[in-house]
Write a protein that binds this ligand. Structure first.
Ligand SMILES: Nc1ncnc2c1ncn2[C@@H]1O[C@H](COP(=O)(O)OP(=O)(O)OP(=O)(O)O)[C@@H](O)[C@H]1O
Length: 346
């Protein structure tokens, strides 16, 4: 895990920009051997054009299923039920059918996953990956597609793009492969890039390079980014706003700087206490969150975090809190019966 850097920079309020993505009451249920599992449980959020939105939470909290449902990779059918809506750039992703979604993917909506090899064909050269992606959505002759592909390789910081063109994915390092996937995702000028754990498979130095690259590209190209990670250190300082997921729900959303300095939900507070900080003296003890996340096949009533929360009382075990905005910060929303106090600072 990357240590949390110093205080993240404040960012302009997204409310001034038009909404690009509007997710409303999204629920994704997956059929499993043990019964139906609610992986995403009534999630709503909005992302503005050009905004960077982080989604964090422990493993199994539903981040990936949420990302995939937003993209329309999880849709109703064959063991999956999706309700609620995803409006991307004015298009209802779940109402346009699979051909409509295919037209969207790789054009206005780009995606990057943890393992670059899932997006790369091992028997196809780097150049072919890129030119085919470019020509799928733009009418360009071979020479122009090749020029665009080389430009993309340069954009993502791949040296000697001509030489790389003729190489196979296995001839590249993990970091270089992820750069190629990012180049493919950017080929057709997406308005939104969804990056799901894009650096988890890479070593720490390369992780930082790729995350910095995404931040630079966002500034240069003006696209919005959803950055999904289990690692708070990854989203800190690189996102405008952050949503914290627990057991399929967003339990807290806030401008990034505020979330890290004044967490309100007790889960966010515990999560922050469990990561190392640069200011910590060496060998200082981290507070691990005791217990395990709940079973999403048979969830108990009340707040899903209550069994692990030292502030929980009878109400928490019986009734889930409704999301409310902080009195002094309308964009800071949390669903907790006993939030950390206004002045709580770490
Ligand atoms: N295809 C599937 N079929 C059945 N259950 C699934 C499927 N995909 C995910 N799940 C379950 O849905 C829940 C949410 O998983 P998800 O992968 O979204 O979590 P996550 O927060 O992204 O975790 P991680 O960081 O480990 O990927 C988990 O309980 C997981 O086991």
């Amino acid at each position: 895990m990357e240590p949390t850097p110093a205080m993240p920079t404040a960012t302009p309020p997204s409310t001034r920009r038009a909404p690009l993505l509007v997710v409303r009451d999204l629920r994704t249920r997956l059929r499993t051997e043990r019964g139906e599992l609610t992986a995403v449980d009534g999630v709503s959020f909005t992302i503005a054009e050009g905004e960077t939105f982080g989604i964090v939470g422990e493993s199994g909290s539903g981040k990936s299923v949420l990302g995939r449902t937003v993209m329309g990779l999880h849709t109703t059918g064959a063991g999956t039920t999706v309700t609620g809506s995803v409006l991307f750039d004015g298009v209802d992703v779940h109402a346009i059918g699979s051909s409509g979604r295919r037209a969207l993917w790789g054009s206005r909506l780009g995606m990057v996953f943890q393992d670059p090899m899932t997006a790369l064909n091992p028997v196809k050269k780097v150049g072919a990956h890129l030119t085919e992606t470019v020509r799928k959505h733009q009418r360009l002759d071979r020479a122009k597609a090749r020029a665009r592909a080389e430009e993309l390789l340069r954009l993502v910081g791949i040296p000697e793009p001509r030489r790389r063109f003729g190489q196979y994915p296995h001839e590249l390092s993990g970091g270089m492969r992820q750069r190629v996937v990012i180049a493919m995702a950017l080929a057709n000028h997406p308005k939104l890039l969804i990056a799901d754990e894009p650096t988890t498979a890479l070593d720490v130095t390369v992780q930082k390079q790729i995350l910095d690259l995404l931040a630079d590209l966002r500034t240069e190209l003006g696209m919005a980014i959803v950055l999904i990670s289990h690692d708070l250190g990854v989203v800190a300082g690189r996102t405008d706003r952050v949503a914290v997921m627990y057991a399929g729900r967003i339990v807290e959303t806030a401008p990034a700087a505020e979330l890290f300095s004044r967490p309100r939900h007790r889960y966010t507070e515990a999560l922050l206490a469990s990561i190392p900080k640069l200011a910590d003296p060496p060998h200082s003890r981290l507070e691990a969150i005791e217990g395990a996340p709940p079973d999403m096949v048979a969830p108990a009533p009340g707040c899903a975090f209550a069994p692990r929360c030292r502030h929980a009382d009878a109400t928490c075990h019986e009734l889930a809190a409704e999301p409310v905005a902080a009195a002094d910060s309308p964009r800071h929303v949390f669903a907790c019966h006993h939030p950390a106090s206004e002045g709580a600072m770490r």
